[in-house]
Design a protein around this ligand. Structure first.
Ligand code: NAP
Length: 292
């Protein structure tokens, strides 16, 4: 079995970004918006800050107290949205209950929605627009598929999970590349049998080591999106890797698979947003980022 590691995929994306930004005076800028101090937000934030600075993308961090009112947060968010120096916005969710999350999400300027969370971004993606920003995790799966030379066209893809963050957008990305896609969820009957038919099996259910040898065959390419903690407190995916590793064609590990690629995709989206917003190639510089 071939192990599909995320690190080389992320490194290739980062190298490409660094090359594009070489010699540019004006750097793309990502706003990171956090409400409260949740551990998972803080950990993703640390990794995003490190990755952005590593490729030459600026960041502005906006942190608000967990009890901020909707009026105050709306006003602050509108100012971030309108700030011409900001190219992309990463908003940590879920927001606290007193904030109307869908109203905030729908207010994100489409050209700054680098994590593809608004209906406008998802609508573009679902209508097959190649310039849509897909949610970074869904796009990270596609980057792995492309990097390792896997051709989705004509393949049977089964996506386990139907969330708007991973399962549904990923299904559209695979469909846009001419895979034959089946979306499964908690009410799917005969799940192991359906999954066993897959050439590409993507798991995004959030259940530690839940997918076992019954779900795979020797032709399966397994892409595990899950990030879970097992009974020993160790990070693990949705797939019981030990059970499937000798029985499949290819598989991503957890940790070290999809999760390693997500922030590289975020950086790529911020660069694309900056290029789109600043009318590139019009004013000097290799890609227009030298002048506003
Ligand atoms: P979610 O919103 O909780 O959705 C889970 C989906 O899995 C739902 O569609 C649910 O079906 C389905 N499901 C749950 N248990 C199932 C079962 N036993 N059999 C079949 N389907 C089942 O989760 P999510 O946000 O999509 O995240 C999924 C996983 O990906 C989590 O482990 C999360 O931590 C991870 N994740 C990783 C990254 C990354 O960068 N690698 C980013 C985001 C998320 P119903 O719709 O029927 O309830």
């Amino acid at each position: 079995m071939q192990i599909l590691k995320g690190a080389p995929v992320a490194a290739a994306i980062r190298d490409e970004i660094k090359k594009e930004l070489e010699g540019c005076e004006t750097k793309p800028c990502l706003a990171i918006v956090r409400v409260g101090e949740k551990q998972e937000d803080l950990s993703y934030e640390r990794s995003a800050l490190k990755r952005m600075s590593g490729v030459g993308i600026e960041t502005k961090l906006f942190v608000f107290p967990a009890d901020i009112s909707m009026d105050d947060f709306s006003a602050e968010f509108a100012a971030i949205n309108d700030d011409p120096t900001i190219d992309g916005i990463l908003l940590f969710r879920p927001l606290p209950a007193q904030l109307n999350e869908s109203q905030i999400v729908e207010s994100i300027a489409p050209e700054k929605d680098v994590d593809g969370i608004s209906s406008a971004a998802l609508g573009k993606l679902f209508s097959g627009d190649k310039h849509a920003f897909a949610p970074c995790t869904a796009q990270a799966v596609m980057e792995i598929i492309h990097f390792y030379g896997i051709e989705p066209q004509g393949k049977r893809a089964v996506v386990l999970g139907r969330s708007l963050v991973v399962g549904k957008p990923l299904s559209m990305l695979l469909l846009n590349e001419n895979a034959t896609v089946t979306i499964c969820h908690s009410r799917t009957a005969s799940l192991p049998e359906v999954c066993r038919e897959a050439d590409i099996l993507v798991t995004a259910i959030g259940k530690a080591k839940w997918v076992d040898e019954r779900f795979v065959s020797e032709k399966t390419i397994v892409i595990d999106v899950g990030i879970n903690v097992d009974e020993n407190g160790m990070l693990c995916g949705d797939v019981n890797f030990g059970q499937i590793e000798d029985k499949v064609f290819m598989a991503t590990p957890v940790p070290g698979g999809v999760g390693a690629v997500t922030t590289a995709v975020l950086a790529k989206h911020v660069l694309e947003a900056a290029k789109g917003r600043r009318a590139l190639n019009s004013k000097g510089g290799k890609n227009g980022l030298s002048a506003d």
